[in-house]
Design a protein around this ligand. Sequence first.
Ligand code: NAD
Length: 434
Amino acid sequence: MADILLPTNEIVHPDKDRFLHEENPFEAMMVRFDRAAVLLDLEPGIYKVLRAPEKQIIVSIPVMMDSGEVEVFTGIRVLHNTSRGPAKGGIRFDLNVSLDEVKALAAWMTWKCAVVNIPFGGAKGGVICDPLNMSVHELERVTRRYTTGIFATLGPDSDVPAPDVNTNERVMAWLMDTYSMRVGHTVNAVTTGKPVAMGGSLGRREATGRGCMMVTKEALAHLGMQVKGTTVAVQGFGNVGSIAAELLQAEGCKIVAISDRTGGWANRNGIDVLDAMAYVQKNTTLEGYGKGDPISNEDILTLDVDVLLPAALENVITTKNAAKVKAKIVCEGANGPTTPGADAVLDKNGAFVIPDILANAGGVTVSYFEWVQNRGGYYWSEKVVNERLNDIMVNSFAEVLKLSTQHKVNMRTASYMLAISRVSTVHKLRGIYA
Ligand code: NAD
């Protein structure tokens, strides 16, 4: 029951009693939103506008399965806010997709795009299905029918999806093709995260992990710590975790523990990340890797390290284990790895948390670059992509840090304050259309 309590040392919106389950993503997001809104003294009208998603679409997706039977899936697309530009956000295929979760993730995208100041609003989508037990042809039919179902909202100027849990560049290729067939010409800017051969950006695959590396270096500099020899533990060794680990190691950090869904490995002398990546490439997971001592996914979070990088799941740092976290820096590669109750415990213990909406914004930033390249029809080198990503990540970190110092709040609250003030400024300038 401890996790249902809000931290008591922060200003809390009077409506706080509705926050009952902080592991519910929508409520976890709203706790942070409300805290920042109170500190910003947000006007009640704007507060009401920003709380409510602009559009929620639910579609039935009839699909002829390979067996010849018709199955009907449910698809959701939520546009949270488009005041700063087209809605941006991924599409996930998963049995656990729910409207509440999609609403939370859509709002998260609004704040993430605003923190790094890219001209997008926030959206998210999902189809309730079991993609791991579906054939490629069934997945293609689901994708094409879902795209048709939400067609009215899609478009480079209105709503630009991307891959998310259990979707990938192949799904984005089908989505782009379906949209293009319907409008009668090729529109590659309707989605990002596409294969490079059809307009995807160089550097997109590595962008989230690269962004994590960039902000971790900024945090180390802020705390007066050397990069060389900094010890790092990484939970989750997929796209984000493995690339962040590889790039941090290349900068001179020592990666002392890594894990995936099969468990982890700890080695005080350092793990050779490229070697571990090659192992996963060959064996799918880290199971049996063996170059270190086995460590559980719970214990990796409480190792005595300089940097902890959760890059797997939501709600892994909670009030149950936050007091045991020893890392000086927590870089949130995953979305929502820390519950609101745990925030206060980490603060009390002096951990410097780089919040998800800043730490993992490298991915959406290079998605923005992809959209820009598609619209301009001119493609950048990977070097240019990485330099521009670095500018955005470093500047955004500095802006959040400045607010955090000015208002004496943690980096999470500061990042929400920055995001909400950017979105609310545009709402005030645009006015309420009647
Ligand atoms: P991924 O599927 O490539 O990798 C996920 C990793 O987590 C895998 O190594 C998997 O084995 C591991 N994992 C799964 N369950 C686990 C468990 N119970 N304990 C420990 N590890 C477990 O996914 P990804 O793209 O790297 O995304 C990871 C996180 O980062 C997610 O929260 C995602 O929403 C977030 N994120 C990803 C991006 C991106 O561009 N890929 C951008 C922003 C945020």
